[in-house]
Structures are given as structure tokens and as C-alpha cells.
Design a protein. Structure first.
Length: 418
């Protein structure tokens, strides 16, 4: 039932990491006099040159507003914009491109569902389930909705290792549960949740499921039909694409009956002062001029991922994670936070006797970029009785040598207190 959705893969000795690095201009610089080691990929990944050039190209040759102009530039921009939708459809295996909605990011996708699905389908006394590990983006919109509607928010607790307690989840599920909103992968700990089983169980009581795929879509295949999720949200900027762009997938029968999220141009069929008829999906949910350039440039990020293959990307990242876990684990005073059996890309930790922010600042002085703090998961930090962690997160262009650099720097930092 809770099969481990397969994430463990062998490393790939022939993985062309050096030639991949050449495609990311930003990596080739010094920070504080040292070669940059960028290990903050869970916050945002860097962009290959092809994405940067696509933005330049669009503004240099094709810039126009879409879906409305009768001229050549408008037609080109519209074609390219809709081509990205087709590519995203294939990327997540959506049954149709109409079910792919462009948003600002994961946050907006979740807010769209909370506002629209929530407004129509959540009533007083209903229950929404989230987990204790959620990002604030997947907590606050549901709190706001519950407050407005008189519904109740239930929280799946977690173990000390950072895994969901699934027995409690099953007990929380009742006919009152209308929605389960859950991350696929934890941004703060890297835990990969057994999402297929979680979705199956929710459906047994008739609840819908929203998957926050912000941290999974860049690492492994996310197939919305195989998962059978009702909604799935992710951000392009964690997938080697531009910032300010996200995708919301939804099941057709839900999207069609949900009210619009925002009113404005593009989302209407006809407007009269007596009333307005709304456009079909996906346009009903895309009011106003969208982020055209970034949508178009996102094609290049998807092509980059396809060219390498998700399996190989995951194998490389898993090898880095297990190398880093073993190596950093040998440092005196190193305390890992989150030791789930299924993890991807993220190593969260503390150094005994030191504030995570200070560790982050010292690493920055040595050219190493990591994130420190609560990672927008304050309830999770409270669960562990800590203020925050230091988080190193890996992507396709990271190397074992960079982890060695992190190890050497951290060893020196930890020695001061341990
Ligand atoms: N996490 C991190 O450093 P946006 O900001 O909308 O692109 O994504 C929000 C979001 C939602 N869910 C999860 C699981 C996430 O990890 C994030 C973004 C970044 O961990 C920035 S706080």
C-alpha cells in the first residue's frame, strides 16, 4: 500500500558533469576570493545558457502580447507560449494541455486551489489534512481557508527521523476530509514521502489530493496520471528554468467546475455589465498578460532535463547525497537533521554549539552557498525544537569535489567548538 515510490538509483560513472557545468555561466566565478560552490539548489537552481539566451532571443525578435494580436509577432509569441504548454503536458504526463495552468510559482498554484476549489467545495465542519513538514506555502492558504469557512486543519505528525506517521494519517482520514494537501519531497529535510499510497488512502474516503511537487519535479519523474493526484503544483525556477513561473495541473472535471481565481482579460468569453461568461480551461485561470518570456524560455530548461534524462539526473544526485551524508557525518560535532530512509538532494544539519546562521556566513566567506534558517517550515523546526538548520542541496551540476570543499571548510568551522 505505502510502496516506496522508487527513488534509489545507482550512480552513473560516465555522467558528463564537467560538460554540464560548462553550460551554466554563473558557476564560473569566484565568491569571496574562492571558486563558487553553489549548494542552495532547493531554494533555486541555476540556469543553463540556453535558457538565458532564449529570454534574450524572445525580447530581441518576438516580443508581443499573446492570444490577442492579429500580427506576425503576436502569432509567433502565442505559438511559442502554447508550445511550452504542450511540453509541460508531456513532462508531467497530463492527459491534455488544457489541464496545464501557468502561475507565478508553486505558491500561487496552491493559493489558486485554496481560493477557487476551496471557495466552492469546502464547507463548515469539513477537514483538510496537511503534514507537520509542509512549507508555509502549503500551510497558510489552508489556514486562511479554514478560518473563512469554519473548516478544520488536521496535521499528520512526523517521527524524529523526519518521516510521516502514516498510521496516524489513516486515522485522520474520515468522510469529513475534503482535501489532503501534501508535499512530495520535504524542502527542509529531503524526505521523499510515499505519495502514491497517501493519494490512494485519501481517495478511499472521497478526499481530493493536492501534491506540492516544488521539490520533487526537478529530481524524478512526476507522472500525474500514474499518481492519480487531483492537483499538482511546481515552480520552474527549481527546474533550471526562470523565476516567476509555475505550473498547476488539475483534473479536468475539477478545473471545469471551479470558479475563476482572478478576474480580468483573457479569462472571459464575453463581458457585459449584466454579467460575464468565463473562458474555457486553462484560460479561465490565467487572467491578465502572463509571464510570456519566461514561459517560452522554460522550453529550454525542459529540453535540458530531457536531454540528460531524469533517471541519470537522479542517479547522480543520489550519489552526491550519499557521498555527502557519509563524509560530513564523520565531522566531529556534525548533527544531521532528517535521516529518513528515502531522501533526495537535501542534507540538513547543525554544528554542535554553533548557530546555523553563523555556519552559513562562515561557509559564504569560503565561497560556499548554502541556505540557513527555518526554510519556510517553522512548524517543522518547532517539532525538532530548533530554530533552523544549515541546508546543502544538490543539483545536476554539483560534483564530489565540491562536497570535499564543503567537508574541508565545515571541518575547520566545527573544530572551533568541538
Ligand atoms: N522552497 C526553499 O528554499 P515558490 O516560492 O512558490 O517557487 O515555492 C514555494 C515552495 C513550496 N513548497 C515547497 C516544498 C518548497 O520548497 C517551496 C520553495 C524554497 O526551500 C524557497 S522558500
Amino acid at each position: 500500500m505505502y510502496r516506496k515510490d522508487s527513488v534509489a538509483k545507482e550512480g552513473d560513472a560516465g555522467f558528463p558533469v564537467e560538460s554540464i557545468r560548462k553550460r551554466f555561466p554563473i558557476l564560473h566565478q569566484e565568491v569571496n576570493g574562492r571558486p563558487l560552490v553553489y549548494l542552495d539548489n532547493a531554494a533555486t537552481s541555476q540556469k543553463p545558457l540556453s535558457v538565458i539566451q532564449a529570454l534574450n532571443q524572445y525580447y530581441s525578435t518576438d516580443n508581443a502580447n499573446i492570444h490577442r494580436g492579429a500580427h506576425a509577432l503576436a502569432a509567433r509569441a502565442t505559438d511559442q507560449f502554447e508550445r511550452t504548454r504542450q511540453m509541460v503536458k508531456s513532462f508531467i504526463n497530463s492527459p491534455s494541455e488544457e489541464q496545464v495552468i501557468f502561475t507565478k510559482g508553486t505558491t500561487e498554484g496552491i493559493n489558486l486551489v485554496a481560493s477557487s476549489f476551496g471557495r466552492k467545495f469546502i464547507q463548515e465542519g469539513d477537514e483538510i489534512i496537511i503534514s507537520a513538514m509542509e512549507h508555509h506555502s502549503n500551510i497558510v492558504p489552508w489556514q486562511m481557508l479554514c478560518e473563512e469557512k469554519g473548516a478544520e486543519l488536521k496535521v499528520i505528525p512526523i517521527t524524529d527521523e523526519g518521516e510521516l506517521i502514516l498510521e496516524t494519517y489513516e486515522k485522520l482520514l474520515t468522510p469529513k476530509t475534503k482535501l489532503v494537501a501534501i508535499q512530495h519531497v520535504s524542502n527542509a529535510l529531503g524526505t521523499v514521502h510515499p505519495i502514491s499510497g497517501i493519494i490512494e488512502k485519501a481517495h478511499e474516503v472521497g478526499a481530493k489530493v493536492l501534491v506540492d511537487a516544488a521539490q520533487s519535479s526537478s529530481h524524478f519523474l512526476v507522472d500525474v496520471q500514474a499518481l492519480d493526484c487531483d492537483f499538482l503544483a511546481f515552480s520552474a525556477h527549481k527546474l533550471y528554468g526562470p523565476t516567476g513561473l509555475g505550473i498547476l495541473y488539475g483534473k479536468r472535471e475539477l478545473l471545469e467546475v471551479m470558479p475563476p481565481y482572478q478576474g480580468g482579460g483573457e479569462m472571459i468569453k464575453e463581458v457585459d455589465f449584466d454579467g460575464t461568461t468565463f473562458n474555457d480551461i486553462p484560460f479561465k485561470f490565467e487572467a491578465g498578460t502572463p509571464n510570456i518570456a519566461d514561459v517560452i524560455a522554460f522550453q529550454k530548461a525542459l529540453e535540458f532535463i530531457q536531454e540528460l534524462g531524469k533517471d541519470r539526473i537522479l542517479a547522480h544526485e543520489n550519489e552526491l547525497l550519499s557521498y555527502a551524508t557519509d563524509k560530513l557525518g564523520s565531522i566531529k560535532g556534525f548533527i544531521p537533521v532528517g535521516t529518513a530512509s528515502q531522501k533526495v538532494s537535501v542534507l540538513s544539519f547543525l554544528i554542535n554549539g554553533m548557530h546555523p546562521f553563523d555556519v552559513g556566513m562562515m561557509l559564504d566567506a569560503m565561497g560556499i552557498a548554502v541556505r540557513t534558517g527555518h526554510h519556510c517550515a517553522q512548524p517543522l523546526m518547532k517539532r525538532f525544537n530548533i530554530e533552523g538548520t544549515v541546508r546543502a542541496s544538490f543539483a545536476v551540476y554539483n560534483t564530489k569535489q565540491e562536497i570535499d570543499t564543503l567537508y574541508n571548510s565545515l571541518s575547520r568551522i566545527a573544530k572551533r567548538k568541538n
